[in-house]
Design a protein around this ligand. Structure first.
Ligand SMILES: Nc1ncnc2c1ncn2[C@@H]1O[C@H](COP(=O)(O)OP(=O)(O)OP(=O)(O)O)[C@@H](O)[C@H]1O
Ligand SMILES: [Mg+2]
Length: 331
């Protein structure tokens, strides 16, 4: 079943070129939060690890979930969310499909549970036509694009998701490409290869996630031969670090740097005839590490955008003093 726009793949690829790194993570997290998730986990698909030695990134939530029909409706059409792309007061996103499909030609699998009933879809790039489409499955002679999750290509998709989303919730699995099947770190072709960058991105791209339980299963080494073998890995140097993501607000206002740096003062400055208020933060001593690990320009842009998700009329400005050395610290 083709994605319902003529030339969709060209449209998707051109939009994708405008995406920054890790935009896919922003889109999936926003989708989950918009669907009422209180818990979102950027995890690892473990059957692929055990059977094929492949580490695929998953995004699981306990949001409302989708029926098979809804999965087909929302994921076979671009812009099914019906939201404008790029408007300042609307959703700033480009949508999860656009941010993920171009670097996952092997597909994006979406498994969803609603009222304890499960369905799955698998969107792929058809190499012959160059178009994205939903794989059609044959279940006892019946053709369907949204089967009940079962064993496909050696993976039991019904057992793949965490138990806590089986009442209602969704798990997305990023299947990568033939050349880059490991998606756990992100899009290798876009240099998404640092083990801490996904957490860092989410912590700077979102302003306040403290009301949600958002976590990233973070690897401890860039070397694949040191990655975990199973979910309950006993070896502490291999076991994923299950990092809570709180958002930039926490790091600016609550965080205390190891050598005594902390927030000194903050306030709000009306600018442009009260049309915009700028929140400012002045830190004392060492600043929260994450400010230094990315370019300032990225911080300010991301915080403005993250902020537009909540209240579009406030901008945040960061200022401070002190030495910028600490690596991104553990929470
Ligand atoms: N995790 C989820 N839980 C429940 N519903 C979801 C989830 N993810 C997506 N949806 C549904 O699928 C729709 C499409 O999501 P997606 O982000 O792919 O769309 P889009 O058409 O690119 O729109 P947008 O620009 O709003 O992101 C959403 O509007 C929502 O109804
Ligand atoms: Mg969306």
């Amino acid at each position: 079943m083709k994605v319902n726009i003529t030339g969709a793949s060209h449209f998707v690829n051109r939009m994708f070129e405008a995406c920054g790194t890790y935009q896919w993570a922003r889109e999936f997290l926003v989708n989950s939060l918009e669907a009422n998730a209180t818990r979102v986990e950027f995890g690892i698909e473990w059957q692929g690890v055990k059977k094929h030695g492949i580490y695929r990134r998953t995004i699981s939530d306990n949001a409302d979930g989708m029926t098979g029909e809804e999965l087909i409706r929302f994921f076979s059409t671009l812009g099914a969310g019906g939201k404008k792309i790029g408007g300042i007061h609307e959703n700033f996103g480009v949508g999860a499909k656009i941010a993920s499909l171009p670097w996952n030609p092997e597909g994006v699998v979406v498994i969803s549970y609603k009222n304890r009933r499960a369905a799955m879809i698998w969107i792929v790039l058809d190499p012959d036509s160059g178009e994205y489409e939903l794989i059609e499955f044959d279940v006892n002679g019946q053709k369907t694009c949204a089967p009940v999750p079962s064993v496909i290509d050696g993976i039991d998709w019904n057992a793949a998701s965490p138990a806590w989303l089986r009442e209602h919730g969704t798990m997305v699995v990023l299947m990568g490409s033939k050349r880059q099947p490991d998606t756990v770190l992100g899009n290798a072709d876009a240099a998404e290869s640092n083990i801490k960058d996904l957490s860092l991105y989410l912590n700077t791209r979102f302003w306040d996630l403290s009301r949600y339980d958002v976590r990233v299963a973070e690897l401890r080494s860039e070397r694949k031969n040191l990655w975990p073998q199973k979910p309950n890995e006993r070896n502490a140097s291999r076991r994923p670090n299950n990092r809570r993501i709180l958002g930039a607000c926490y790091f600016l206002t609550q965080f205390k740097a190891p050598r005594g740096g902390k927030l000194n003062d903050s306030g709000t400055l009306p600018i442009d005839g009260d049309r915009v208020s700028a929140d400012w933060y002045l830190s004392e001593g060492e600043r929260p590490a994450f400010i230094h690990t990315r370019k300032t320009q990225v911080i300010s842009r991301s915080s403005i955008r993250a902020n537009s998700f909540r209240s579009p009329r406030t901008r945040r400005i960061f200022a401070g003093s002190g030495s910028p050395k600490v690596p991104f610290s553990k929470t």
